[in-house]
Design a protein around this ligand. Structure first.
Ligand SMILES: C[S@@+](CC[C@H](N)C(=O)[O-])C[C@H]1O[C@@H](n2cnc3c(N)ncnc32)[C@H](O)[C@@H]1O
Length: 306
């Protein structure tokens, strides 16, 4: 690394950049090519300044010492992930979920809530949107469906659990809907408990099989605008995980710019009235969904809360 005073730009050597990019790719699937080198350098420089470290070797020692997923490396992941999100993003798909998929799944299995997993939920706008739209559609959260929301970023999960949002999160939200489910204070909007209590937030790296194994079977998985940042090999691995976690007949909802082309043949594309979605073929199993390990996950994760 060529270190820098306030006037010189911070630079990683090619070898340092490759090593760091490789570490991030292996740990969380994020792909840093030459075009995102400046971003990575900027974030590392910021952390080094905050930690008062003058050489990259000292920083490297710190992230290796604590191990991936812990301490400074987790902090770096927080710094480099793209967290862009907002309420009711890709709304047609959410309409398909609440207006078509959920009624169908409730008819098939009327006795147990439909488990919905938001994988890569960022600061919580996506899972909270599902609960709000569910309430608007006359469903009873907790009885008709349950929402589990996970992310690799501790920082984003803290925000999600806090439930405080700025104007930018509402760029696609009608003011009436916002007024029904939020209270304004000092330029922030706080989500009502009637929505908040129906989302379980979990810290989970999609590439960590030991954590993913603790989740029970799901009827719906939303993983929107997440795999777009992964390389093909990682995308395949994550989609395979979703195939294993979804019940037969369950649905996979990806972002509008994402598809399974060249990644997986395990799903069928369904043209619903409101949007296109993927479905795992087969007849739904009739077993009641029981997520015995979720309590263990929550307990383990409670250390990550602020
Ligand atoms: C762009 S946001 C998408 C948020 C939301 N799904 C939406 O569509 O608005 C991508 C999220 O994926 C998370 N993410 C990236 N890699 C991950 C991984 N390996 N495991 C879990 N979450 C990950 C990031 O932390 C980030 O919050």
């Amino acid at each position: 690394m060529r270190s820098t005073g306030s006037t010189t730009a911070f630079r990683l050597t090619d070898a340092e950049f490759r090593m760091l990019a490789d570490l991030l790719r292996r740990h969380c699937g994020l792909h840093f090519g030459a075009d995102s080198r400046c971003l990575l350098e900027g974030r590392v420089a910021r952390r080094m300044r905050e930690l008062d470290l003058s050489s990259f070797s000292a920083y490297h020692y710190l992230i290796r010492k604590e191990g991936p997923g812990q301490g400074e490396f987790a902090r770096l992941v927080d710094e480099v992930v793209t967290n862009e999100t907002y309420f009711l993003r890709e709304r047609g798909q959410l309409r398909a979920l609440l207006g078509e998929i959920l009624p169908e799944l409730r008819r098939e299995r009327p006795t147990a809530p439909v488990p919905i997993w938001c994988a890569g939920c960022s600061s919580g706008e996506e899972p909270y949107s599902i609960v709000m739209l569910g309430l608007e559609a006359g469903f009873e959260p907790g009885v008709d469906f349950r929402v589990y929301a996970s992310d690799i970023s501790h920082r984003m999960l803290r925000k999600a659990r806090q439930g405080l949002y700025r104007e930018a999160s509402f760029r696609c939200t009608d003011p009436e809907l916002r007024a029904r489910y939020f209270v304004e204070k000092d330029g922030h909007w706080r989500i009502n408990d009637s929505v908040k209590k129906h989302v379980d937030f979990i810290h989970l790296n999609l590439l960590d099989p030991s954590k993913v194994a603790l989740l029970g079977a799901m009827d719906v998985i939303l993983c929107r605008n997440v795999i777009i940042y992964f390389d093909s090999e990682t995308k395949r691995r994550v989609i395979q995980t979703f195939e294993e976690k979804l019940r037969k007949g369950g649905y996979l909802l990806l972002g509008h710019s994402e598809s399974l082309i060249n990644l997986s043949n395990a799903f069928e594309l369904r043209h619903l009235r409101n949007d296109l979605v993927y479905q795992r073929p087969g007849t739904p199993a009739t077993d009641r969904w029981q997520n015995r390990a979720l309590a263990a996950l929550r307990e383990e994760d409670s250390g990550g809360r602020s």
